[in-house]
Design a protein around this ligand. Structure first.
Ligand SMILES: C[S@@+](CC[C@H](N)C(=O)[O-])C[C@H]1O[C@@H](n2cnc3c(N)ncnc32)[C@H](O)[C@@H]1O
Length: 360
């Protein structure tokens, strides 16, 4: 069996949910290169059928364990993606509201999860606006929220989305529909802004050199394709550093800027606790140090019962107390998960449990 194949029930799309916030949460047959095709149709039951690879969910068992899904519980999956985590929660009898800003993800996951009928609802939007989406759709307080940050494997593997330099494609990198493309950002930002962006969001030491090169190259011809940028940086910095391509950090910085990834996370963290029932859990999977640092710091600040300052005679209750931390250290994938899915290597799961608002 193909290790990247994911089980799926039959091709009955079932009812899908629509409201004024949720747009095309229906299968998109025109999605290039990806269909929910059954590799072994015929006699077999739905679960034995397979779906082509979209994304292999990371830390799935751990997420299911910490979110404690069961019938009667309601979860919001703020990064629906290929729907793998949502599916695991639905299989345990819970209900899921799945949000994604990306049309391909919504189309794919809606088709995959249609068999769960009304237990699953797919909504178009960003997780930074989760509080508004919950209010508009009357979801009430929920038992758990999941964020699995970043992009799906589908994004990286689809040349036309421009996330990866493994294939040539337009320098796009947008998850949603409305942001600037990576090409527009590269071709219009000042040298100083480019250097700052590549340094802070890519943690790239050669940021100034790269920014200078970008500005001089674009005077000759504006950047258009992923390969132009990747090959140029490789020539500029001289070959690979170990297994990592020299353009990796610049690509990360561009993607994070195009999609305002840290801004999304910051806004979400500020309002997520108000969406959870007491005892409800917030689970966040991060993939790189910048977002992990933000989540770790947030949970630390929001789980300290008291705070102390040298100038205070005694510690004081923490006005920002919201969570009990369930994962003192981030949970890392097992060795066997990393062997099966190298992309899981850098993932970390952090989980907090909402404490009663009277205590916070
Ligand atoms: C790593 S994938 C999630 C994979 C999913 N957990 C699964 O098991 O298939 C991340 C998804 O989150 C979406 N996404 C990223 N940032 C988002 C945001 N700010 N708001 C909504 N969706 C976002 C991406 O479009 C992508 O589909």
């Amino acid at each position: 069996m193909n290790p990247f194949a994911i089980p799926v029930f039959g091709p009955d799309f079932g009812p899908s949910s629509f409201n004024h916030w949720s747009l095309p949460c229906r299968p998109a047959p025109e999605m290039a290169g990806l269909s929910v095709s059954n590799s072994s149709a015929g006699e077999q039951s739905g679960e034995e059928k397979e779906q082509e690879f979209y994304h292999l969910s990371v830390l799935k068992e751990e997420v299911v364990h910490y979110l404690a899904a069961q019938p009667g519980r309601l979860f919001i999956d703020g990064t629906l993606g290929g729907g793998g985590h949502s599916e695991a929660l639905l299989q345990l009898g819970a209900s899921v509201k799945g949000i994604d800003r990306d049309a391909d993800a919504r189309a794919y996951a809606s088709q995959r999860l249609a068999r769960f009928g009304d237990s699953f609802e797919c909504v178009r939007g960003r997780f930074s606006e989760m509080a508004d989406l919950a209010a508009m759709n009357h979801w009430g307080l929920v038992d758990g929220i999941l964020l699995d940050l970043g992009v799906s494997s589908w994004h990286f593997d689809a040349p036309e989305r421009g996330f990866s330099f493994r294939h040539d494609g337009p320098l796009d990198m947008r998850m949603g529909e409305s942001e600037l493309t990576a090409a527009e950002l590269l071709n219009t930002s000042s040298e100083e802004d480019l250097a700052k962006m590549i340094f802070h969001l890519g943690e790239e030491k050669s940021s100034r050199k790269i920014a200078r090169w970008i500005v001089s190259e674009r005077e000759k011809k504006p950047f258009e394709s992923t390969m132009e940028l990747a090959d140029g940086i490789e020539q500029l910095l001289g070959g690979r550093r170990g297994r990592t391509h020299p353009a990796t950090k610049t690509f990360q910085a561009l993607r994070m800027t195009v999609n305002d990834e840290l801004g999304e996370l910051e806004t979400f963290l500020a309002s997520a606790a108000d969406l959870l029932k007491p005892g409800g859990r917030l689970a966040i999977i991060t993939f790189h140090s910048l977002e992990d640092r933000m989540v770790k710091r947030y949970f630390k600040d929001a789980s300290q019962v008291e705070i102390d300052r040298p100038e205070w005679p005694a510690p004081r209750p923490n006005p920002n107390l919201r969570y009990k931390l369930l994962t003192k250290k981030g949970v890392a994938p097992s060795k066997s998960e990393i062997e099966q899915n190298a992309r899981s290597r850098s993932s970390r799961l952090r989980v907090g449990e909402r404490i009663s608002p009277e205590l916070s």
